[in-house]
Design a protein around this ligand. Structure first.
Ligand SMILES: Nc1ncnc2c1ncn2[C@@H]1O[C@H](COP(=O)(O)OP(=O)(O)OP(=O)(O)O)[C@@H](O)[C@H]1O
Length: 237
């Protein structure tokens, strides 16, 4: 099976700090990778580098078969990103925001696709409201719709549950479930249990380095929980 993600000695340096230090991982197509690690471990930097928002200092990253440094536009065609930054225009309505994204991606039947996505995240009834008036969870839901516009092969989720109420979490989990088929998910999570439950592969980073990376079937959860506790150093409920 082909790999959705392949990194070789991926390194990102900020000043004299290595945010990523020779990270080499392979994530097969259709996998769900959960990334764990303490604050400052390099989780967001890894996602941003793979999503072509940040350029690696050295090493390589292939995403959906394209080199993130050499062909970032090709990578972008195949990915969606859901992060803390909703990447929405607060003064535009939900509908206008998604129509704008649809135009960026050259979506045919844009209005139909936008309404379909709005219904999927249960925001169709608020489509004419400007995003500025949305709650955080609603904004997050809209950013999910935006990230799915191009029907991405690889979806990056940087702490997607932050700010979601239980109903929004349900909608989100349902959406992910619907989308799982064939797609690859890369999720940063601080929730060990949830992140572990949904994943097929688990990566633990600390100080930019890979502490542990394995398919879930090769992981004993209790040992993993112990490793996580030692790595994160804050105990796990
Ligand atoms: N733009 C930047 N400029 C300078 N240093 C940065 C920048 N972005 C990240 N870093 C540094 O790189 C390291 C990794 O940061 P990153 O945000 O990737 O960590 P993280 O694992 O996502 O942390 P958290 O769990 O707190 O979100 C940190 O030491 C951080 O200070």
């Amino acid at each position: 099976m082909a790999n959705a993600i392949e990194t070789k000695k991926l390194t990102k340096v900020f000043g004299d700090r290595k945010a990523l230090d020779k990270v080499s991982i392979e994530v097969p197509e259709g996998a769900f990778l959960s990334i764990f690690g303490p604050n400052g471990a390099g989780k967001t930097t890894l996602v941003r580098t793979l999503a072509t928002l940040s350029r690696a200092t050295s090493g390589t990253a292939l995403v959906a078969g394209f080199d993130a440094k050499e062909e970032p536009d090709k990578v972008r065609e195949h990915i969606g990103l859901i992060s803390h930054n909703p990447m929405l225009y607060p003064d535009l309505t939900a509908m206008e925001n998604l129509m704008f994204t649809a135009q960026l991606y050259g979506v045919v039947n844009a209005e139909e696709r936008v309404r379909e996505l709005l219904r999927a995240v249960e925001l169709d009834h608020r489509r004419f409201d400007v995003v500025r008036t949305f709650s955080r969870g609603m904004t997050q839901r809209l950013s999910i719709a935006r990230a799915l516009m191009n029907d991405p092969d690889v979806v990056f989720l940087d702490e997607p549950y932050a700010g979601l109420d239980p109903h929004a979490v349900e909608i989100f989990d349902g959406l992910i479930e619907q989308l799982r088929d064939g797609r690859t998910f890369i999720m940063v999570s601080h929730d060990l249990q949830k992140g572990f439950d949904v994943c097929t592969h688990a990566l633990v980073l600390a100080r930019g380095r890979v502490v542990s990376y394995a398919p879930k079937e090769d992981i004993d959860f209790e040992q993993f929980r112990q490793l996580y506790r030692e790595t994160v150093g804050m105990g796990v409920a």
